[in-house]
Design a protein around this ligand. Structure first.
Ligand SMILES: [Zn+2]
Ligand SMILES: [Zn+2]
Length: 296
């Protein structure tokens, strides 16, 4: 089974950034111009606690969004709502439980994504307790040097969560732009959508037809009968097949200019995900591919 269509284009998207309507440096129109100039096709301005009305724009599709935040003992919880109705700002209870926020986003027709779990110190047990999420950020550009420590990459935490029975969620790579300096224009979620209309993009997000990247491209991933995973990609220096089994033969394919790599699924693998690295260390991440249910 192929995960992507061979005929549809991939659109370049950033589904997480801030404007002067919360704590971003640029006003909404300037945010749109920034991402348009950086070659993005789709953008969500996800201000904290409020839906910024999409400014007039041509040539870039705007998906209304919001970021909800909760402070729990020992961890913070930030949840993106994409495809949002602006009434959520009035209905949201910031002192409620994160699950209520997810449920509210869904009841208003949006999809809910857990933002930057490594930065937030989210625990696997907490993530396993959530239901109704449509995705999770595996990469969050602002959560790295020089701005904000170095917890941009949540992949290891997500592997731990999935290995212990957490719901396999499609992964996003987003900028979470605030100052619009080193962090903006770094990451993209590449969405395979029929066209650049809101219904088509929402359908693609719900179906998980995307991958995250800070540079390399993934063209196709094929799961051959839960026995072998084959990836085609832009020239890479490593293609790594991560799963919930700590050791596996052939997990890392290393070389120069790799454009195709394969992995034979091991009997203890319950999920496999693919990471592609180029020679400068930039990465692309596939969503986890479920092989069989985890029993714990
Ligand atoms: Zn956040
Ligand atoms: Zn944010």
């Amino acid at each position: 089974m192929k995960l992507f269509s061979d005929s549809q284009p991939f659109y370049k998207a950033n589904f997480h950034c801030h404007s002067t309507n919360s704590d971003g440096r640029l006003d909404p129109a300037s945010v749109v111009t920034f991402y348009q100039n950086a070659g993005y096709d789709i953008l969500s301005i996800t201000d904290h606690r409020t839906v910024t009305p999409p400014p007039p724009s041509e040539g870039i599709m705007l998906l209304p969004g919001i970021e909800l935040d909760y402070n729990l003992p020992g961890q913070w919880v930030h949840i993106l709502g994409l495809g949002m109705d602006s009434s959520i700002g009035n209905q949201w209870n910031r002192f409620g439980a994160p699950q209520e926020g997810i449920d509210l986003i869904r009841s208003l027709g949006g999809i809910a994504i857990l933002a930057h779990p490594a930065w937030s110190l989210n625990t696997p047990a907490f993530m396993r307790s959530l239901s109704g999420l449509s995705g999770v950020e595996i990469w969050n550009s602002v959560s790295t040097l020089p701005l904000n420590g170095d917890r941009a990459d949540s992949s290891s935490l997500l592997d731990t969560t999935w290995a212990s029975g957490g719901q396999l969620l499609p992964v996003y790579a987003n900028d979470d732009s605030h100052p619009y300096r080193n962090e903006a224009g770094v990451a993209a979620t590449m969405v395979q959508s029929e066209d650049l209309s809101v219904p088509s993009v929402m359908e693609a997000l719900k179906a998980g037809r995307f991958y995250g990247t800070t540079g390399p491209q993934i063209f196709q991933i094929e799961n051959r009968n839960n026995q072998e995973i084959i990836v085609t990609c832009s020239p890479a220096s490593a293609v790594i097949f991560y799963s919930d089994c700590p050791w596996a033969a052939g997990r890392a394919v290393i070389g120069t200019g790799i454009t195709e790599a394969n992995y034979f699924i091991q009997k203890n693998d319950h999920f496999v995900r693919v990471e592609v690295r180029d020679e400068t260390g930039r990465k692309a991440w596939s969503s986890p591919i479920g092989i069989k249910p985890v029993r714990i």
